[in-house]
Design a protein around this ligand. Structure first.
Ligand code: 9WN
Length: 448
């Protein structure tokens, strides 16, 4: 499909407006994920936000990551939300009750679960940008990597140990929110087996901020999310206790692929800057993590569909769902023939090239799948950050032409400058929150 490319004027406007959105969402040391629906700092959002801000200000981008690290738990976990000020977001800190956890950080309120490890991918991109700019930016970025190398290693090591205790090579998640794709059909079968038990009553706050409730998860799904949160509290946020008592334990391929890619990049930065050396040093540890999780992701691929699969660790069942997470191998690489097969699949008629799509941009679920829903959250809509990730992965595998196709289509989708959370893939309508920080951030990166 040929896409009309944004004009020079549109590009100029888009860059200006994206910068404006990020400045408006800036609360000093951190950026809110969106102005009303998500008025706090979210973990994987912060990674994307940092790489977008870096195109404008390297010091401010580094501060975003520094701020995120202020919430790191003693286990190494980077929590999925840092609550910096009171708001109507639900569930807030009073629901997470992280005071039951010995490992929580001092002086900052956080949630008690995590999100995909995108951060070191962002950091390596920021370092690359800073080196291109040279001078003070380069010095600051290199100093930041030296200063924070061990914290990132601790984060990755947490995922590789506490979340993969039997060395399957798949990171275990304990909540759909940890996948970043809350209501994805990836989790339907597992959620169907969860029986919601006794818990405090709750009132959802999210629906007040969207035009139509069908754009968000259902009430039944929310009850399940809150029940799993309750189970984490009962386990005092101890991963081993939760594993033995909790209802949702999944090997997540996308998280695993990001961990593999991020670990390689951390090792690369360590080597370049002469940190983390020696046989038992951080560079070697990172390479070992990358190898284990790359192998885990490649092993999960269904040879018939060519897509990677999540593993339900409670039942031992592989989950065949045509979600964008199936392209996890593109992110971590390791099998050139599979990379080419996935490239063709992604650009082909079951995915970006599907005839009903308004723009040939990565949909969260294949439009050819029975699970596809046009306007429901992670069940089909296009999320610009996912498209960015796939373009990044293709570029890294030497597939520049394919990467550029996704980039141009992604920019055309954003030309209205709404910077929405997600897009109706058939009509092109904007959905969810507007002025979403990570959407503005990836636009800046695509334009840089
Ligand atoms: C729960 C902030 C986050 C994203 C997630 C997205 C959504 C939260 C919610 O918003 O999740 O963490 O309340 O729906 O699914 O990927 O990080 O933008």
């Amino acid at each position: 499909m040929t896409v009309a490319q944004p004009s020079a004027v549109e590009i100029g406007l888009m860059a200006g407006r994206a910068g404006y959105v990020l400045r408006a969402n800036d609360r000093g040391a951190f950026t809110v994920a969106s102005p009303t629906l998500y008025p706090h700092m979210w973990s994987w959002d912060a990674g994307f936000v940092a790489l977008g801000i870096a195109t404008v200000s390297v010091p401010r981008a580094l501060n975003e990551l520094r701020s995120l690290l202020s919430g790191q738990w003693a286990t190494g976990m980077i929590p999925h939300i840092l609550f910096h000020s009171p708001s109507d977001y639900f569930p807030g800190p009073e629901r997470w009750r992280t005071q039951v956890a010995a490992a929580r950080p001092a002086g900052v309120l956080t949630s008690g679960i995590c999100q995909p490890p995108i951060h070191v991918i962002a950091l390596s991109r920021i370092l690359h940008d800073a080196r291109r700019k040279g001078g003070a930016d380069q010095e600051l970025a290199e100093e930041f990597v030296r200063e924070t190398f061990d914290s990132w290693l601790a984060w990755h090591s947490y995922l590789a140990t506490a979340r993969d205790p039997y060395s399957y090579g798949l990171v275990e998640i304990h909540h759909g929110w940890e996948s970043g794709m809350d209501d994805s059909p990836r989790w339907d079968a597992a959620y169907a087996n969860v029986r919601v038990g006794d818990m405090p009553p709750f009132v959802r706050a999210d629906l007040a901020h969207v035009a139509d409730p069908s754009q968000r998860p259902t009430d039944a799904e929310y009850a399940t999310y809150l029940w799993l949160l309750e189970q984490k509290v009962h386990a005092r946020y101890d991963d081993a206790v939760y594993r033995a008592t909790g209802d949702f334990v999944m090997g997540d391929v996308l998280v695993s692929a990001l961990l593999a890619a991020a670990s390689d990049l951390l090792a690369d930065m360590g080597e370049e800057l002469g940190i983390g050396g020696g046989a038992s040093g951080g560079v070697e540890q990172s390479r070992a993590i990358a190898r284990r999780f790359r192998t885990g992701v490649l092993r999960s691929v269904n040879p018939e569909t060519g897509l990677a699969r999540d593993l339900d660790l409670r039942t031992g069942t592989w989950l065949d769902v045509e979600s964008a997470a199936g392209f996890a191998p593109l992110l971590c690489g390791g099998d050139d023939a599979l990379t080419r097969r996935q490239r063709d699949l992604l650009l082909g008629p079951r995915w970006c090239g599907h005839s009903r799509l308004r723009w040939p941009v990565v949909p969260s679920v294949s439009p050819a799948s029975p699970a596809f829903r046009e306007q429901t959250y992670w069940r089909g809509p296009q999320w610009p950050v996912l498209n960015w990730l796939m373009a990044w992965a293709l570029n890294r595998s030497g597939e520049q032409e394919a990467a550029n196709q996704l980039r141009l289509a992604g920019l055309s989708q954003l030309v209205d400058c709404d910077f929405a959370e997600y897009y109706q893939p058939v009509t092109g309508e904007t959905l969810g929150s507007r002025d979403q920080s990570w959407t503005a951030a990836i636009a800046l990166d695509f334009l840089a």
